[in-house]
Design a protein around this ligand. Structure first.
Ligand code: PLP
Length: 419
């Protein structure tokens, strides 16, 4: 018999194996200072394009004031216990009511974290006879939720309605046999590439197939739709979404999440969501803070307007310079370049050290080998000067990449990594 840890000593995993070259710089970097468009990285000022604070609420003085007052009034413990037992309050209820009204659903329920919350939602919605059909590029929290499912599941090709239809045909046949139902899952906005899920086309399939539709709108909430209530509103199909999910970790600049649906479904989830039944309730500072943030999203349209001014300037500026942004239809701004992982590391180092631009870098195995994805997240706090500086820097680094500068700079790293 082997020692359980033997495999850990041997294999650090697909990301962990880069730790010695990457930790502290490319992964686990420490961004310091107040959350804003310009922060400090290793003592240097950088324009930060890697924070999901879409509406600039994280450090807004009114938000900070409410957060501080709530901490003062309640401390960080209140309420103690799970919602069902001793962790329920009127303010939790008020926040749920305001959220459900905002996203145009009958009811809502709070989740402590989006990740566990959506896993638990999937777990509660399906039984062993039911079938899940979900987009192959789904976020890890959806994949992990599906992993909890004891019955059948099918993936469809990313945002491919023909593939979804084929899988719905298979799922329907199977459900007729098992006597179960079908849950289709998509994201409102796919966070890596920025495409919107084809919610309208998926919803239209309800005419042909019998299924319920769950949408994870982590990136759409607050950024899309006339009122900011997300991708369902943007595509005019919010009513067709049976269970709507969003996190507080992005536009709301906080921690927590919620699901919204018909009252009868939320009433069921209240009694069956294991992540909430067996965990301490969302603490009051987060609840009061979320009420304030939601109020600002509803009453300050200028936050979303400024966000989109920056998104448009950044995306059209990059496209005019010939950069490949793939198929984004949201604020998420991916820039695809060709190169190896060591080249990507040298390029990002150049961007940070010499141009003061801090963005996230995504490489294989998250995207195909030979591609580098620089992911930029515009926010309402960014300025047109930030965009201008970034565009200039991107033109220079692309030229250097094409001339092989980063290949030369990273030759020793590449050799050490066997690339
Ligand atoms: C698409 C998507 N779903 C769910 C989550 C998880 O949300 P949370 O950070 O609240 O756990 C994230 C990341 O925040 C996400 O990007």
């Amino acid at each position: 018999m082997r020692d359980l840890f033997e495999k850990i000593y041997r294999d650090k995993g697909p990301l962990g194996k880069w730790a010695s070259q990457a930790e502290g710089y490319f992964v686990f970097p420490k961004l310091e200072g107040q959350i804003s468009n310009r922060m400090k990285f290793q003592g240097k000022d950088v324009i930060t394009w890697s924070i999901n604070d879409y509406l600039g609420l994280a450090n807004h003085p009114e938000v900070r004031k409410v957060d501080a007052e709530a901490a003062n009034d309640f401390g960080s413990a209140y309420p103690m216990g799970a919602r069902m037992m001793s962790g329920h309050t009127s303010l939790h209820e008020q926040l749920q009511n305001e959220l459900s009204e905002f996203v145009n659903k009958e009811a809502a329920y709070l989740l402590n974290f989006g990740y566990q919350g959506i896993m638990s939602t999937i777990d509660a919605l399906v039984g062993k006879d039911d079938i899940i059909v979900y987009d192959v590029d789904s976020h890890a929290c959806i994949i992990d939720g599906v992993r909890l499912h004891m019955g059948k599941r099918f993936t469809y090709k990313h945002n491919d309605i023909e593939s979804l239809e084929k899988n719905l045909e298979r799922a329907t046949k199977m459900a007729e046999h098992t006597g179960g139902g079908i849950l289709v899952i998509s994201e409102g906005v796919f966070g890596m590439r920025g495409e919107q899920g084809k919610l309208k086309e998926i919803a239209a399939l309800k005419e042909k197939f019998n299924f319920r539709f769950l949408v994870d709108d982590a990136h759409g909430f607050g950024t899309l739709g006339k009122t900011g209530s997300g991708a369902g509103e943007e595509q005019g199909v919010q009513d067709e979404i049976d269970v709507y999910f969003a996190t507080f970790a992005k536009s709301m600049a906080s921690t927590g999440a919620f699901i919204a649906a018909d009252k009868e479904i939320i009433d069921f989830l209240k009694y069956n969501l294991r992540s909430q039944m067996f965990a301490k309730s969302l603490q009051m500072q987060l609840v009061k803070g979320a009420l304030k943030r939601l109020d600002m999203i509803r009453t300050m349209p200028e936050l979303k307007e400024n966000l989109w001014k920056i998104v448009t300037a950044l995306q059209s500026g990059l496209r005019e310079r010939g950069f490949d942004l793939g198929t984004t239809q949201s604020c998420v701004t991916p820039v695809y370049l060709k190169g190896s992982i060591p080249e990507a590391m040298a390029l990002v180092k150049d961007l940070r050290e010499n141009y003061g631009i801090f963005c996230s870098i995504v490489v294989y195995p998250v995207i195909p080998k030979g591609l580098i994805l620089l992911r930029l997240i515009p926010t309402s706090m960014h300025t047109l000067e930030d965009v201008d500086e970034t565009l200039k820097a991107f033109s220079v680094i692309r030229e250097r990449l094409e001339k092989g500068v980063y290949k030369r700079l990273s030759a020793s790293v590449a050799a050490a990594m066997g690339e």
